[in-house]
Design a protein around this ligand. Structure first.
Ligand SMILES: [Zn+2]
Length: 473
């Protein structure tokens, strides 16, 4: 594995060093690795243009107990992250060494035969249980993804199948279920054998009843079977489970609070909380079940703890709410980020709805910075679609004035709820006209303003804090 060559190809300045090659003495030897964390990120070597330093958005994270075989271990200096040590496995994956436990050396990989596939369902979810001989690495991904160019940018997503690929596996005398439960999100399954390089694979293809996919949960049960769980589609917001993550906040110490960006006398964590609260109320009014992290009082400083709380709660989707900042006080605009392909339609809906609603309700021509692929710690779970919204720039006094106004707050919450509803009901996003503010104010003739710039800023900040505390008791 020539790490230097890969790094140069990518045009990245990576300081790569092979830390240890315990297996170099015996080329045929491999070392067993077992996932030791609830979900281990999967990276794919040699896919620089798709972001090798990011966990692969199209590869399922592997649950605790999954076994693979390592041929190489190496460290790389990842920009913004620092030195990371990875294990390179014979299934073609790259796993963080900290997320696996090293086991015995072997000269060959044991065979795995898929012996059973069982499906059960209730109104909430569909469960698939796959039996075999050992906890092989696997992947779960919907079809119907169109990428734009060679990057992770998704241009469209319209799934009709979910494909489960079991590595190091062959088919035994497997009888597949001939009928599926009424509540199941799937209508049928087929199985075939294939190979990926030298790795034998079994591909199970499940047909979706509706063109909807909300990620998957995975665990190995005590019988060594793989249990996969898929949330069923909903036909109204009643029954939908939505997880809200207001960015930053309390981190266990008042003095070291993570306030996020600071600008114009405002703290980002308070604005994030106010937006999340308004969205929670709007979604609940429409019948949804909402879980919102209490970032004012509870410690979610570790970003992984936010995602773990959501994985535990099993939402249909996850929304992280933030505000942007930069040193240039005239820069502005709104951006929505996604990581997994099946989060793209939600990001698209949210971005489109917000730009339209804010412009028409306030007259402020907020810049449309688009919906974009990016990896954030809170957007790369494979268990649910997730997005991160940057609600304008706290560093731009005009923009943050508009974006924290009490009327705008309700316009934003309503547009976001519309976007979420359209996503969950697989409907095209309809942009509804936003009502005029109550008691519209007649434009007044300009008055001479003798305040200094500093005085204007202080007054502006005071206005924002008032509107914030009014909307957030
Ligand atoms: Zn932030």
């Amino acid at each position: 594995m020539n790490i230097f060559k890969k790094a140069l190809c990518a045009g990245l300045v990576l300081i790569a060093a092979v830390l240890a090659l315990p297996l170099a003495a015996s080329a045929a030897s491999m070392q067993k690795v077992t996932v030791n964390t609830s979900y281990a990120y999967v990276y794919i070597p040699g896919e620089q243009d798709r972001g090798e330093t990011l966990s692969a958005p199209y590869y399922t994270s592997l649950p605790a107990g999954t076994v693979d075989y390592m041929t190489d271990v190496a460290s790389e200096n990842i920009p913004d992250v620092g030195m990371q040590t990875y294990c390179f496995t014979t299934s073609g994956r790259k796993l963080l060494k900290s997320q696996v436990t090293l086991g015995e050396e072997v000269s060959s990989i044991p065979a795995n035969t898929i012996t059973s596939v069982k499906v059960s369902a209730d109104s909430k979810s569909t469960k698939i249980v796959i039996g075999g001989n050992w906890n092989v690495p696997f992947n779960v991904m919907p079809d119907g993804i169109t990428y734009s160019g060679s990057t992770n940018t998704v241009s469209s997503f319209s799934p009709s199948k979910v494909i489960v690929t079991m590595d190091y596996s062959t088919l035994g005398t497997l009888s597949l279920p001939s009928s599926f439960p009424a509540d199941s999100c799937f209508s049928g399954v087929t199985a075939k054998e294939t190979t990926n390089g030298s790795v034998k694979q079994v591909v199970l293809t499940f047909s979706l009843k509706e063109s909807a996919y909300y990620g998957s949960y995975a665990r190995w049960n005590s019988k060594g079977q793989l249990e996969l769980e898929f949330l069923n589609p909903v036909d109204s917001l009643k029954g939908a489970r939505i997880f809200l993550d207001p960015g930053h906040g309390y981190n266990g110490s008042e003095s070291e609070k993570d306030v996020g960006a600071v600008g114009n006398g405002l703290y980002e964590y308070q604005l994030n909380y106010a937006k999340a609260l308004a969205l929670k109320e709007e979604l609940e009014k429409r019948g949804a079940t909402v879980m919102m992290l209490d970032t004012m009082n509870e410690n979610y400083h570790l970003l992984s703890s936010r995602v773990e709380a959501a994985v535990e709660w099993q939402p249909h989707l996850y929304v992280s709410l933030h505000h942007d900042s930069t040193t240039n006080s005239t820069s502005g605009g709104l951006t929505t980020y996604y990581n997994t392909p099946y989060s793209q339609p939600l990001a698209k809906n949210i971005q489109t709805a917000l730009i339209s609603a804010i412009r028409s309700a306030t007259g402020y021509q907020i810049q449309d910075r688009g919906y974009k692929f990016k990896e954030y710690a809170v957007t790369c779970s494979k268990c649910f679609p997730s997005i991160l919204i940057e609600h304008g720039f706290i560093s731009n006094p005009t923009e943050i004035g508009v974006m924290t106004d009490a009327h705008t707050l309700s316009v934003i919450a309503s547009a976001e709820a519309d976007a979420i509803e359209a996503f969950l009901l697989q409907k095209d996003m309809v942009i509804t006209p936003v009502p005029e503010p109550e008691d519209p104010v007649e434009p007044e003739p300009p008055v001479e303003d003798n305040r200094t710039d500093y005085e204007k800023l202080v007054d502006l900040a005071a206005d924002h804090i008032t509107s914030f505390s009014e909307s957030n008791p």
